[in-house]
Ligand binder design. Structure first.
Ligand code: ATP
Length: 516
């Protein structure tokens, strides 16, 4: 069986070969951690965004959207805490000259101990068979206890150093536990330094009049500075939410794992404004709702888990990630944060403007508390591609590459394929396409054998292929081929719209989410 690393490499290659994701400026050898979406990628990405946007603004009468500019007044980032605190601790290896995030090196160290423990448990489970009690084994086995103790010791020191912003403390953990650079294999480390992740540029034409501005590292602040504009003009009553999709920029220290960690990426964020004191109730509500939204796509419930934060960001009083099982382990796809009144209070202080909400029900003015749901479009894209990519053995020793995308998200919904390029079949196929194309993204293909055309459609995740043959001219029926099962059936052209619609209409997923 191929290792997970091989699968990931294949997935990256597949994304390029089939027009999903290209390295940015590839003819100049690319630009680190920046990617472009191709003809199929952009459709998938747009479908993900639509699934999110509609689930917020259609399903909730009290959530509206905005689209704020990327450039914002520089004081926004002072107020939000990003100028002072949006840092990652970096460390360089003097021999390999490679740069790492000190916190990630330590997290990986902790994960190694988890692996060791799991291996011991697996080994014992094999040895003892059915009567094996894993919990008891973990509590009593000397080797497991030793690993467990080390793990806890590192974990405690890590937590403390992160919370105290103790950079020397972080370095000391790396030294004490013999963490080596994977490239040079040495422990010749520099000191740990803070590195601010915001990109800056200058606005204005004269050097003395120019103002240092930042490319936004999150879309959330555009919502906070507009919250009162929206509340007043939209006559919104608390609780209400504002949704936004847009680009964000972070000068990530270590950018790897393809589109998992990019320097330019896209976020879908919704800030939900609530009465102070109600925030935990809403935090639980959104945590549950967001997981349902993910699971409704049908990639498998076991692919998701929650991860509660230990170190809370400077603005939060509770935080959870929704993690997805990527080829390189469970990783954060979405964050759900209870941001308190941190942002709004801070903007009030820095701007000197009153941005309190007057609650007509209680006759009181207050600064609302905020629950945020924040998900990266690109990470969501990667998780879907990773879970959908399959290599299948077929009868007769053939293999096929299949992208079993959720049909609602597939870039192309229907491929229309005339069996031959003559006898009026192309004309008939075009006629069928003209009926379907207003509702569903269709492609028309007449090149190559029908088998090759099916394979190409499997590889980009097209759920339906419609083959037009001589019989179609006579009785208006076509062969409908289903992507996942490869089953083929004869259906009437007039039934196509309903069959396809039932599978690809987002409405069905939304109903499922709301009914549960
Ligand atoms: P990480 O710990 O992985 O750096 P984060 O906790 O800093 O992520 P948030 O600030 O909570 O991330 O951002 C919300 C979401 O934005 C993340 O869950 C992720 O999906 C996405 N995101 C954040 N940074 C990146 C990035 N560099 N590339 C792609 N997506 C990102």
């Amino acid at each position: 069986m191929a290792s997970q690393e091989d699968v990931f490499k294949k997935l990256v290659a597949h994304c390029k070969e089939y027009g999903f994701v290209f390295p940015s400026s590839e003819i100049y050898d690319g630009l680190g951690a920046v990617y472009d979406y191709g003809q199929n990628g952009v459709e998938l990405k747009n479908n993900i965004k639509k699934y999110w946007w509609d689930s917020m603004t259609l399903l909730h009468g009290n959530i509206v959207g905005i689209d704020a500019a990327i450039f914002m007044h520089p004081t926004v980032w002072k107020a939000s805490g990003h100028v002072d605190a949006f840092n990652d601790p970096l460390i360089d290896n003097k021999d390999s000259k490679k740069r790492y995030r000190a916190d990630v090196l330590i997290e990986e160290l902790i994960a190694k101990y988890d692996d060791k423990i799991n291996k011991e448990v697996e080994k014992a489970a094999k040895k003892f068979g059915d009567s094996f009690d894993a919990e008891l084994f973990k509590k009593t086995n000397a080797r497991v206890l030793e690993h467990q103790e080390k793990r806890e010791e590192i974990h405690e020191r890590f937590k403390k150093a992160m919370n105290d912003n103790d950079l020397d403390g972080l370095k000391q953990i790396i030294l004490d536990y013999d963490v080596v650079c994977p490239i040079s294999g040495t422990k010749n480390w520099t000191d740990v330094r803070q590195f601010n992740l915001m990109f800056s540029t200058e606005m204005g034409s004269t050097s003395d009049g120019a103002m240092k501005i930042y490319l936004r590292p999150e879309t959330a602040q555009g919502i906070f500075v507009n919250y009162l504009n929206v509340q007043k003009t939209g006559r919104m009553k608390i609780p209400f939410g504002i949704a936004q999709i847009g680009k964000a920029f972070r000068n990530e220290i270590v950018a790897r794992q393809f589109i998992f960690r990019m320097r330019e990426f896209e976020q879908m964020e919704m800030q939900f404004f609530v009465r102070p004191g109600d925030e935990m109730k809403w935090f639980s509500h959104w945590k549950a709702f967001r997981l349902k939204w993910h699971k409704a796509l049908g990639l498998g419930d076991q692919m998701y888990r929650y991860h509660d934060h230990e170190k809370l960001a400077h603005y939060a009083n509770a935080a959870t990630d929704i993690e997805f099982l990527m080829p390189f382990g469970f990783k954060e796809v979405e964050g759900i944060h209870s941001r308190t009144d941190f942002d709004l209070s801070s903007h009030e202080k820095f701007s000197g403007k009153n941005i309190k909400y007057f609650d007509p029900e209680t006759n009181q003015s207050y600064t609302p508390y905020v629950i945020e749901t924040s998900i990266g479009v690109d990470r969501m894209f990667l998780s879907i591609m990773a879970a959908s990519y399959k290599e299948e053995e077929l009868e007769g020793g053939e293999t096929r590459v299949l992208l079993a995308l959720p049909p609602v998200l597939a870039p192309v919904k229907v491929a229309i394929l005339p069996l031959l390029k003559k006898d009026g079949l192309p004309e008939k196929a075009t006629e069928i396409m003209n009926e379907l194309k207003y509702d569903f993204k269709c492609v028309y293909e007449e090149k190559d054998t029908i088998g090759k055309r099916y394979r190409r459609m499997d590889a980009i995740g097209t759920p339906f292929c419609v083959t037009v043959d001589h019989q179609t001219i006579q009785d208006n029926t076509v062969t409908l081929r289903y992507r996942d099962t490869m089953k083929q059936e004869r259906v009437n052209v007039s039934d196509l719209h309903k069959i396809v619609g039932d599978q690809v209409n987002m409405k069905n997923l939304f109903k499922k989410i709301m009914e549960e």
